[in-house]
Design a protein around this ligand. Sequence first.
Ligand code: GDP
Ligand code: MG
Length: 596
Amino acid sequence: MNQSEIRNFSIIAHIDHGKSTLADRLIERTGTLTAREMAPQVLDSMDLERERGITIKAQAVRLEYEYQGQRYELNLIDTPGHVDFTYEVSRALQACEGALLVIDAAQGVEAQTLANLYLALEHDLTVIPIINKIDLPNANPERVQEELIEIGLDGTEAILVSAKQGIGIDETLAAIVSRIPPPVGNPEAPLRALIFDSRFDSYKGVLVYIRVVDGSLHVGDKIQFMATGASFEVTEIGVFRPHPTTVSSLSTGEVGFFAASIKTVQDTRVGDTVTLADHPAKEALPGYRPAQPMVFSGLYPVDTSDYGRLREALEKLQLNDASLTFEPETSAALGFGFRAGFLGLLHLDVIQERLEREYNLSLITTAPNVVYQVRLVTGEEIRVDNPALMPPAGDIEEIREPMVSASIITPSEYIGAVMELAQERRGIYKDLSYIDSQRAMLSYSLPLGEIMFDFFDQLKSRTRGYASFDYQWSGFAPSDLVRLDILINGEVVDAFSMIVHRDKAYYRGRTLVEKLRDLIPRQLFEVPLQAAIGGRVIARETVKAMRKDVLAKCYGGDITRKRKLLEKQKEGKKRMKAVGNVEIPQEAFMAILRVD
Ligand code: GDP
Ligand code: MG
């Protein structure tokens, strides 16, 4: 395809503003799929994405569109909307020249609208504002236009759309062609293609998603990855329409994938440059800033013989998800497992669910924690990603915790409620400004550890669902933190240790042992539960001994009934882990999350 007839673009939006629905309409209107083939949110291919209504992995689709007698190739790269996946958004944008910024006509500009807009501007993209859902009775496109001017865009250039009813779709396609510039790049230069994603296919090996920046790629070419030096012969090239479709080559500016019998995860790195082995480019393309995992959790197989399968599953998932990290870890309580790093809680949740669903693993996950920087009295600097490994207080000079700079957009009547919440979470106030006459944007510096768990839920409930929230890492800051340990039956259970602010330690310890008392089932003996800081017990509860054997209930009953009861008990035990001689259910390990 002639370079001047190619347009590469992304759709970015605050969650639920209609990105996936707009993508559906573009796919339909360009005849890429027939009406019969369409399913709502057709790009959200993973089951999990459909169920949760979120887009997790970026997807690339080629659309063909005729405009004023000329055929164009439009490459649409869909992106996730959730804050955890900013990294994926950034990757997708690097492969584009333009972005459609979708804004809900009733909701207006929200926190992630701004975050996504800034990302697009950072990548020098042409931004086309789309005011969506104009069919809603409470739609107020004029107000949204004013907000757009307030955030520095030309509101009059916005396209009025109802993705649901198919209004404004032709105008959107026309704007993509006429406003977004075609890719620049040298077709005569040696191949340089940017890897923006990859996926493992059990038949073809690794599928590498690329954007060709210079030169072209053909089946049979011998390619080389510039970061690793590994080389392979290209066996297949394809594009998504949205189903994978084979093509013979990709030229300058085009987006697609290739397979080259690549078996190992380590050979393809997102952000790396692909070139030709016999005619290599001199310089690699600027890569991506790798995303730093900030949230860590221990993953342990319930059945210890699943350890190897868990490792394989994590390796496979890591192939599609460069931001997932893991390393072996041993817990005195839980045995052999892995300490895995995630971008945020939704990311952790998604990985955990995929491990269980797609790999059929039964797991115990420990409560997530953030990563800490610690300076020891010896002057040595260490990173602690597992609270159980935090050195004793006497060895520590300073603990620093990760901070975020957060923006919260809220109707003005809830400013007080938002400030109160931010204060409870040790937030430091930065700024207050107005987006329009009724809505304000508050900026805070907050400890990541304080917003991980239920900050967003709290924010929603205290603003009756009207506030939106976005954040970015802003570095590490010193804080007065202590390690809180939980003792069960007199033994410290490493998987329960957590790092908390000194002012909250007593309250946390107290509520956690109360929670555990309710969650740990009665055993044959009495089980004391204690919370302690540096060996000093600050709270104590007891799980009373069990009185009856389960079988006692059907004394004299028939054997099948007994067997059923035993099986049921076994079933219930699946997600239990024996720690010493105490059976602890999965919920108990997560109880830390619900204590505040
Ligand atoms: P995404 O999270 O940005 O991908 O948003 P979706 O495309 O999943 O849409 C979120 C919700 O808004 C869904 O229930 C859609 O049916 C609905 N929606 C999307 N576009 C429109 C529209 O133009 N009008 C109305 N009334 N609803 C829409
Ligand atoms: Mg979506």
